[in-house]
Design a binder for this molecule. Structure first.
Ligand SMILES: NC(=O)c1ccc[n+]([C@@H]2O[C@H](COP(=O)([O-])OP(=O)(O)OC[C@H]3O[C@@H](n4cnc5c(N)ncnc54)[C@H](OP(=O)(O)O)[C@@H]3O)[C@@H](O)[C@H]2O)c1
Length: 244
């Protein structure tokens, strides 16, 4: 039997890295997409290989429709099925709304929301014919409630939940699970600028700690397992109780 394969966008750093390592430990050949940080990508690949896992790096900007579609299509044609897709890559460019530049609005929507179509459509089509698959989309607490300075990010993270829920309804009859995780504050490069405020932030979190990338990977591990076969179109919040 051929090995199971998983694609993780933004799998080279942070939450995506923890998810990629988890998938490799679960026996998946992991395809890791990243945008440009080759050192981080190589480091993650080496870590996976040192545990005996298989990893292929795919460098492309997920907000580039043509390139993204072509690379994913080629991967599917030449190497076959993708059994698990984790739509994870994202960016934030916070600003209060009156001061938000159109570039800050557009780039966040492009990377976090529009790319959902570019990545997921070809994979979902393949899963539709293979009649199985697990898709997990990484949204955010900012996809569940408004956050100051994040109109662009919230719009993208609410939007991606809507897209994933629709897909869950469409694809369920083909034995394909689509679910969403909504992380709270997680310690990664993305939240580097908040690090000096961590002590203040912790006071707002009932569990009194900032989350780790592995907290998210653990939930994804459950969602891609047989144990979650009857969970469909749901948002699993992993936020230490920050938003209930
Ligand atoms: N950290 C948090 O507190 C938090 C909370 C809620 C939700 N999230 C969401 O969780 C996801 C992962 O966040 P993170 O904190 O792990 O971020 P991170 O540490 O900044 O890592 C981002 C990853 O995404 C990749 N990436 C960014 N833009 C890309 C693009 N245009 N094309 C392809 N790859 C791209 C990066 O590749 P390079 O290394 O090549 O740049 C990197 O692998 C995001 O969707 C984020 O919105 C994070």
């Amino acid at each position: 039997m051929s090995k199971k394969r998983a694609l993780v966008t933004g799998g080279s750093r942070g939450i995506g890295k923890a998810i990629s390592i988890m998938l490799a430990k679960n026996g998946y050949d992991v395809l890791i997409n990243y945008r440009g940080n080759i050192d981080a990508a190589n480091k993650t690949k080496s870590e996976i290989e040192s545990h005996g896992g298989q990893c292929t790096l795919l460098k492309f900007d997920i907000s580039d429709f043509k390139n993204t579609t072509e690379i994913i299509q080629k991967e599917l044609e030449e190497n076959g099925n993708i059994d698990v897709l984790v739509v994870n890559a994202g960016i934030r460019k916070d600003s209060i709304f009156q001061k938000m530049k159109s570039e800050e609005w557009d780039s966040v929507i492009d990377v976090n929301l529009k790319s959902f179509y570019y990545i997921t459509r070809p994979v979902a089509e393949k899963m539709f014919f293979q009649k199985h698959g697990k898709i997990v989309v990484v949204s955010s607490t900012s996809g569940q409630t408004g956050m100051p300075g994040q109109a662009n990010y919230c719009a993208s993270k609410f939007g991606i939940i809507g897209a994933a829920k629709s897909l869950a309804v469409e694809l369920g009859r083909r034995n394909i699970n689509v679910n969403i995780v909504a992380p709270g504050f997680i310690e990664t490069d993305m939240t580097e600028d908040l690090r000096e405020n961590y002590d203040e932030l912790k006071k707002q979190i009932p569990l009194r700690r900032i989350g780790k990338p592995e907290d998210i990977a653990n939930a994804v591990e459950f969602l891609i397992s047989d144990k979650a076969d009857y969970i469909q179109g749901q948002v699993i919040a992993i936020n230490g109780g920050l938003y209930t």
